[in-house]
Design a protein around this ligand. Structure first.
Ligand SMILES: NC(=O)c1ccc[n+]([C@@H]2O[C@H](COP(=O)([O-])OP(=O)(O)OC[C@H]3O[C@@H](n4cnc5c(N)ncnc54)[C@H](OP(=O)(O)O)[C@@H]3O)[C@@H](O)[C@H]2O)c1
Length: 249
């Protein structure tokens, strides 16, 4: 199939990134998929009707990952769209430092290295769209402290990049995709919050086509996010009002 644009998906092994890849492929977009273990994605890549390259990503080593992205960028003569889908979450009530460090390494250090590198490449190219699959978890603190804080970092980092794009007067779009808590909704089988993956991916791609700066996916999470921001801490922090027997240690 003749392609009309090039997109990179960084952190491409998750179900959501695969669905994004599928939908982009049907829109004739050539794909460069960055994953930690490329061999795990080669079979999936063969199922797509466009040219797909699966490339390694060393997220824990910022210097190496910058080199990996830059090399691919130069070989492909740039890209129109880059979607950053890397992210790590975890919760352990004993609060081991290692978990915090791993989340910070992936969601803060790795994220900043990827986005800084891509933004610089887009400024040289003169255009582009950089999007991150972020989370409404960044709006408040939460039991997974580093995760919630890292998502706030991502949102602020993107706001800064957007300011730089305006300062440089370049058509570089910075899109912050505020995803709802899909895993939690799936776990609770909450039909109000749960949305099929193809619908999630479709809403993300429509928002990107519209050049949205920030969007809530699915749309109903905008209401949850608004409520989250509004609630005073003594209500937001459910430990204050849950019966003691239901509280986790
Ligand atoms: N799923 C949800 O409910 C949810 C809700 C809100 C926001 N989000 C956010 O949306 C983004 C995508 O989430 P997702 O559910 O599609 O996928 P995910 O399972 O959270 O992971 C996305 C990608 O991050 C990379 N990654 C994960 N752990 C890593 C680690 N320890 N070291 C290095 N790389 C790691 C993986 O890259 P490789 O492809 O290289 O393995 C993976 O494909 C994330 O930023 C996530 O925080 C997710």
């Amino acid at each position: 199939m003749t392609t009309i644009a090039t997109a990179m998906i960084i952190g491409a092994s998750s179900q959501l990134s695969k669905e994004l890849a599928r939908q982009l492929a049907t829109q004739k977009v050539k794909l460069l998929l960055f994953v930690q273990q490329p061999e795990l994605l080669t079979e999936f890549a063969k199922t797509l009707p466009v040219s797909v390259e699966v490339l390694p990503l060393s997220i824990a080593e910022p210097a190496k990952l910058i080199e990996q992205i830059t090399t691919a960028w130069q070989q492909e003569n740039g890209a129109h769209l880059v979607i950053v889908n890397t992210g790590m979450n975890g919760y352990d009530a004993t609060l081991p430092w290692q978990l915090e460090q791993d989340i910070i390494d992936v969601n803060v250090k790795g994220f900043a290295a990827i986005c800084h590198c891509v933004f610089k490449l887009m400024t040289e190219q003169g255009y582009g769209q950089l999007a991150a699959i972020n989370s409404i978890a960044g709006q408040r603190g939460g039991p997974s402290m580093a995760y919630h804080a890292s998502k706030a970092f991502a949102a602020n980092y993107f706001e800064g990049l957007s300011m730089h794009a305006q300062r440089l007067k370049l058509p570089i779009t910075i899109s912050d995709i505020q995803l709802g808590l899909l895993d939690k909704a799936a776990l609770q089988q909450n039909q109000f919050l749960l949305a099929p993956l193809d619908k999630v991916a479709k809403q993300i791609l429509i928002a990107l086509q519209k050049g949205k700066r920030r969007v809530y996916v699915t749309k109903r999470w905008r209401f949850v996010a608004w409520l989250n921001r509004l609630l005073p801490e003594y209500i937001y922090n459910t430990r204050h009002w849950k019966p003691k027997k239901n509280q986790r240690k």
